[in-house]
Every structure is written in structure tokens, then in C-alpha cells.
Design a protein around this ligand. Structure first.
Ligand SMILES: Nc1ncnc2c1ncn2[C@@H]1O[C@H](COP(=O)(O)OP(=O)(O)OP(=O)(O)O)[C@@H](O)[C@H]1O
Length: 251
């Protein structure tokens, strides 16, 4: 489903309420999320930051339905995803969520175009040609569509992964350290695109990152510490993020 432009900024794309996630049992149990409540507005670019081990990846995995929770609820749009059976969850993820990972995760035997369209094909859905063309052109991938991943640079591969994440017009794109494997120039291109997909194309992006410069591309930074929400920064800059992380004892 696409974001309705007039709703942008008023609709909530993803909600977490009182999220609890515990790894292990007994003496060795780790409370990775200790009651996290947070909203992510549609049409907004949010970065999740915090010290190592603060629960960023766990939160993202729980929000995206990649991991089950031990308490609380997650909604994507109006749908509660916590408690869904595996089959329904797989369908919801496929139809309404896009992913960009640090390690690109492209299939090596497929061309860039086939990689971009694979999810839609598996879902038996036809691509919207105009939307496909828009994202391919904005990402500068037009003359790379017939190339296999090994024939592409890291930055180009990550741009293919961004196109794959957006081609179904998901309700939300989750990006996990999307610039972690890129040099700073390619990283900036990917971040520019993610920001542009929010500002100009009305998409919703939630990104986990360690990098204050990457976080400064977001509209808002949500800070975690020890499995708790530790604050937020609106209109972040690399300096304001760095200083907030210093307060949390991360740098
Ligand atoms: N599969 C697991 N089994 C046991 N403990 C885990 C597991 N995954 C995460 N944890 C623990 O949960 C806590 C939160 O981990 P998480 O990976 O979410 O943090 P993070 O903020 O993403 O860390 P980093 O910045 O280092 O990637 C940590 O204490 C971690 O050791």
C-alpha cells in the first residue's frame, strides 16, 4: 500500500507498545527490550541509535516481525503483527515491508532487474511500471539493470537493494546499517536516496545505525540505552547526535 500524500505526517506507520524481549532463561536471561513504547510516523525517516547492546537490532527485528516478542504489541498500520501465525506474518512482511541490510543480500545468479522484481514475482504481483521507472532512474540504475551483483560496485549493489525494498511501495522500509559496508561517498548516495524516498516519494524509513553522520540524514533519532527508550532528537545533526551518544556513555 502506498502512503497517501495528504496523510503524510499524521498517520502512524509503525507502533510499538510496552515491548519486552528476553533472550535466554534464568540466571543468563538478557532483557534486550525492557518495555519500549515508540511511534513511527508515516512519511518520516527515523534513525534508531544507542550504545552497543542497547537493543537497536532487537527493536528493529521485533518491529519488522523478524523476531517474536515476550510482551507488548507491534502494529504496522492498523494491523497488529505480534501474535500473527508464521504464514500471515510472512505474507504481511512480503506485501507491506521492505528491507535493506548491511550485506546487500542480492541473489548472485539474478540480474539487478530480476533481483529488484523477485519479491513481487514471488507474491504473484505485477510491478507498477511507472513506479519501477521512477525508482530505477532516481537510483541511477537504468544502465545496470542487466548486470549481475558481482558486476556491480558495493554502492550500486546497495542501490539495487534499495530499489528492491521500495518496488512494492511498502508501508515501511527497515534499513539495518545500510551504509556499514560502503565507503563514505557510496554511503552518502544511499542515504540521500533513503531521505529522498521519504521527502519526495512519501515512503517511511526506519534505520538502525552506529554512525552519527548517517543518522543526521533522518528527520528524527530515537535513542535506546539498556533496552529502554532514552530520548529522541528532532532534526538531528551529526554533532547533536554525537553529543547525545556521549551522554549515554557511548563515545
Ligand atoms: N540471540 C541472542 N541471544 C542472546 N542474547 C542476545 C541475542 N541477540 C541479542 N542479544 C543480547 O541482547 C542485547 C541487545 O542486543 P542488540 O543486538 O539488539 O543490541 P544493539 O544495540 O543492536 O547492539 P550493536 O550496536 O552491538 O549491534 C545485548 O545484550 C545482546 O547481547
Amino acid at each position: 500500500m502506498s502512503a497517501v500524500v495528504s496523510d503524510v505526517g499524521t498517520r502512524t506507520a509503525v507502533t510499538a507498545r510496552d515491548l519486552v524481549k528476553i533472550y535466554g532463561k534464568g540466571d543468563t536471561a538478557v532483557r534486550a527490550l525492557a518495555g519500549v513504547s515508540v511511534n513511527f510516523a508515516a512519511g518520516e525517516f527515523t534513525a534508531i541509535m544507542g550504545p552497543s547492546g542497547s537493543g537497536k537490532s532487537t527493536l528493529m527485528h521485533c518491529l519488522a516481525g523478524l523476531d517474536n516478542v515476550d510482551g507488548g504489541a507491534v502494529h504496522i498500520g492498523q494491523s497488529e503483527i505480534t501474535g500473527l501465525a508464521d504464514k500471515e506474518l510472512t505474507k504481511l512482511r512480503r506485501d507491506r515491508v521492505g528491507f535493506v541490510f548491511q550485506a546487500f543480500n542480492l541473489l548472485p545468479t539474478l540480474t539487478a532487474e530480476q533481483n529488484i522484481l523477485l519479491g513481487l514475482e514471488l507474491a504473484g504481483r505485477k510491478p507498477d511500471k511507472q513506479w519501477f521507472d521512477t525508482i530505477v532512474d532516481v537510483l541511477g540504475l537504468r544502465d545496470r539493470l542487466r548486470h549481475k551483483p558481482t558486476e556491480l560496485s558495493g554502492g550500486q549493489q546497495q542501490r539495487v537493494a534499495c530499489a528492491r525494498a521500495l518496488v512494492a511501495r511498502p508501508d515501511v522500509v527497515f534499513a539495518d546499517e545500510p551504509t556499514g559496508n560502503l565507503d563514505s561517498r557510496s554511503g552518502a548516495e544511499v542515504l540521500d536516496f533513503l531521505r529522498m524516498s521519504v521527502r519526495k516519494l512519501g515512503q517511511t524509513v526506519i534505520m538502525v545505525t552506529h554512525d552519527p553522520v548517517a543518522a543526521s540524514y533522518a528527520d528524527r533519532v530515537v535513542l535506546l540505552a539498556d533496552g529502554h527508550l532514552a530520548g529522541e532528537i528532532l532534526h538531528p545533526t551529526a554533532d547533536s547526535v554525537l553529543s547525545a551518544l556521549k551522554h549515554l556513555g557511548d563515545v
